[in-house]
Design a protein around this ligand. Sequence first.
Ligand SMILES: [Fe+2]
Ligand SMILES: [Fe+2]
Length: 301
Amino acid sequence: MLLTREEMSFDFGGAKLDPVRDKELIGWMLNQFLYGEMTGIQVGHWLYDAPDVNAAKFLARQSLEEMQHVDNFLRMMTMMGVQPAPAHWAVRFLSTGMMGGSWAEHVALEMAQGEGFVLMAFYGVIDTLDHKPSVDILKRAVKQEERHVEFGERETAKAIAGKAWLRRRLLGLSLVSMWGVRKLAGFMDKRLNKTASGAPHPVMKHLPAFLALSNQCAETRLRRIGVLDRPLAELGGFKRFLLVAEAYGGKALGGLLSLVTAPLRLLPFWPKKKRLTDVYLADPHVAGYTLAAGEPDTSDA
Ligand SMILES: [Fe+2]
Ligand SMILES: [Fe+2]
């Protein structure tokens, strides 16, 4: 990876998440992760679009790992007695709404940037959650997530070589995903930063500083990949607006093309398929998850 574990680690000063006191908060967090892992089904889309054999092999393995991560979170939820529940809209937007429209967008936005954000959150949970069986599961999973981020970084660098327009588009879309992360953090700060006594939560009170570090790491990653050639602070608000407008302008063109095919979708036989990310909570595997608490995790580390 282009960033080290140390660079991506936040110092919570020894504060801990207590599985009993913080059950509601932990349940909320696990449900966001559960949704994120379920979006691993989107890897299948990109496997079909892989540019070379090594990329295809990587994605085939990644899809299996993400489905194992789904079970990891279900196992953790079972152990801590929390129920599967819907994810926050910003999480759905970041992991499904921001789904790339091209290979370059996928590896840059979903893998380098998106999984980079998730990795930081995993590190944060590993460093604070006072529940060893869950932390052990997460420690194995982060090794796989680190490989996913690394692949995203490498493939993004390859994709933008000699393409200034693509670099600008990826930067514009990255700014949107940073905005989404700020929205999510705003919700968490407002709704989840309280203990039963009303005092600020010992871990969640660090959220604004944790978010600042997350966005700083995202910026550093963009610079090391080569998407960003100067500090973000040197880009004024108007320049950022132009980058976002340009990125979505490109997308709008693609949207216009899909309008041409839209009437076909109105035909009665045109399949309107709900994805697993829409219906997973009702799936028997999730709804009836009964894996015994403490069952050893056998996923590849
Ligand atoms: Fe995962
Ligand atoms: Fe991943």
